[in-house]
Design a binder for this molecule. Structure first.
Ligand SMILES: [Fe+2]
Length: 454
């Protein structure tokens, strides 16, 4: 009984992001004998990879600060060939640095490498927004830090945008000291071919951005840096009521002078769904939080889908809430990034009121054309993370494929990779890959198709 009480008291002292399925897993596991329910589509050949925070010491000051761990499942020929989870062995990991340690903040190789994982031009990168990318092998071993032949001199966002028409990777870096924002482009071969500093009034936490066929779009929102707060023992970043909120739209491959800034109501957007041009207008569908980190870094409002419309001819701005479902991790078919989308997928609350992953959740498909939303409910103990869309074939239509992601079941403390039919979310899963250990709640993932290595 004493042990149980001690354990309960210890657990109560732990912050929420170190308990339950937020808690890190201790082991790096490789499993070639995965049990499957259903049938994995034979058209899929590649890896589903997902990144997340898994502090190697078991402790971190914030959910965003733990060491990156990739969980991956390889699918090929209708089989799940393997599951692996591996730390990203960055300078931060190897030296055991804390994220807010200046040696970590200002060493561009000292990435937590915990936020996203992406394949492009035959390479796989673990990404985090304050540092350089770290490259991984196809077996998820860490290969090295990437500065693109010394050309990259800023951080690399965790949310680059791959243009499906040109295969260019558009991205940016932000920093607490000037230049606060820098726009970059990698060409289809992975060469850094364009870099341009973008002026903002302060260092601004720009977590994500958007492209259209013609534009790069920056969100300068009121979560900003104030490094003087470090001396006061306060977090150097937070909501600023006086900062305002602006969206910068510039031609692709443009420079600072080309940016047109449009005022919007103050808010925070971690994740847009997508953006595109229609006539004179730029349409941005975004997950909008009314506020973020207003009183502390634990303090945020839920995210709801909103549509911003910017008229490039008249300068008019329209802001409309799309629905009242609290969601996270909005994704489109990667083949329509920057182009007009009809569909989107997101995970969120079962009861629409709460957005935290430790409440049971569902995955939904938005139909922006008819305004409907269809839901896949995995059951009362299921906690889905981000679901990515994977097309069934190169010629398949926008929703013809699969929504894929990890689901944690709190009753059995197990996890699965679940593959849903993206055309009809109400159907039972196409396949469920039962994993040998739980996958902690994490951040973003990607389907890395074998075709990127050709
Ligand atoms: Fe993100």
């Amino acid at each position: 009984m004493t042990d149980m009480l001690d354990s309960k008291q210890a657990s109560e002292r732990k912050p929420w992001f170190l308990t339950g399925n937020y808690a890190p897993v201790a082991d790096e596991v490789t499993d070639f004998n995965l049990k499957i329910t259903g049938a994995i589509p034979k058209t899929l050949s590649g890896m589903y990879l997902r990144n997340g925070s898994n502090p190697k010491t078991g402790y971190t000051d914030h959910w965003f600060f733990g060491d990156g761990m990739i969980h991956g499942v390889r699918l090929e020929g209708g089989e799940a060939k393997w599951y692996r989870n591996r730390y990203v062995r960055s300078t931060k990991y190897e030296k055991g640095l804390e994220a807010m340690d200046p040696d970590c903040m200002f060493d561009p190789t000292a990435s937590a490498a915990n936020t996203h994982v992406l394949g492009h031009a035959g390479r796989i990168w673990a990404l985090e927004e304050g540092h350089f990318p770290w490259e991984l092998s196809r077996d998820l071993e860490t290969m090295g830090c990437d500065d693109f032949g010394g050309k990259l001199t800023t951080a690399f966002t965790a949310h680059p945008k791959l243009c499906p028409e040109t295969n260019e990777l558009h991205f940016f870096g932000y920093a607490p000291i000037a230049p606060y924002v820098t726009y970059h482009v990698l060409d289809a071969k992975g060469q850094l071919v364009h870099s341009a500093p973008i002026t903002t009034p302060k260092g601004t936490m720009m977590h994500d951005f958007m492209i259209t066929r013609d534009h790069a779009i920056f969100m300068d929102l009121p979560v900003v840096f104030d490094l003087d707060k470090i001396a006061q023992g306060l977090p150097p970043i937070g909501w600023d009521d006086t900062y305002g909120a602006r969206i910068g739209i510039m031609p692709r491959m443009g420079t600072d002078a080309d940016v047109r800034w449009f005022e919007v109501d103050p808010c925070y957007v971690f994740h847009p769904l997508n953006s595109y041009v229609e006539g004179d207008e730029v349409i941005c569908d975004v997950g909008r939080h009314a506020t973020m980190w207003k009183n502390s870094m634990e303090d945020f409002d839920p995210s709801y889908m909103w549509r911003w419309t910017f008229n490039l001819k008249t300068g008019a701005v329209r802001e409309q809430q799309y629905d009242d479902w609290a969601h996270g991790f909005p994704r489109v078919d990667d083949r329509v990034v920057g182009l007009k989308h009809r569909y989107g997928w997101a995970s969120g609350a079962r009861d629409a009121k709460v957005g935290a992953m430790d409440s049971a959740g569902v995955v939904a498909k938005y139909d922006m054309k008819d305004g409907s939303k269809t839901v896949h409910d995995f059951g009362p103990c299921a906690h889905p993370g981000e679901f990515a869309f994977v097309q069934d074939s190169a010629t398949a239509g926008e929703d013809e494929g699969y929504a894929m992601g990890f689901v944690y079941y709190s009753d059995t403390e197990t996890s699965e990779l679940v593959i849903l039919d993206a055309t009809d979310m109400a159907k039972p899963p196409v396949a469920r890959v039962h994993l040998p250990q739980r996958v902690p709640f994490g951040f973003h993932g990607s389907w890395v198709d074998d075709s990127i290595f050709n």
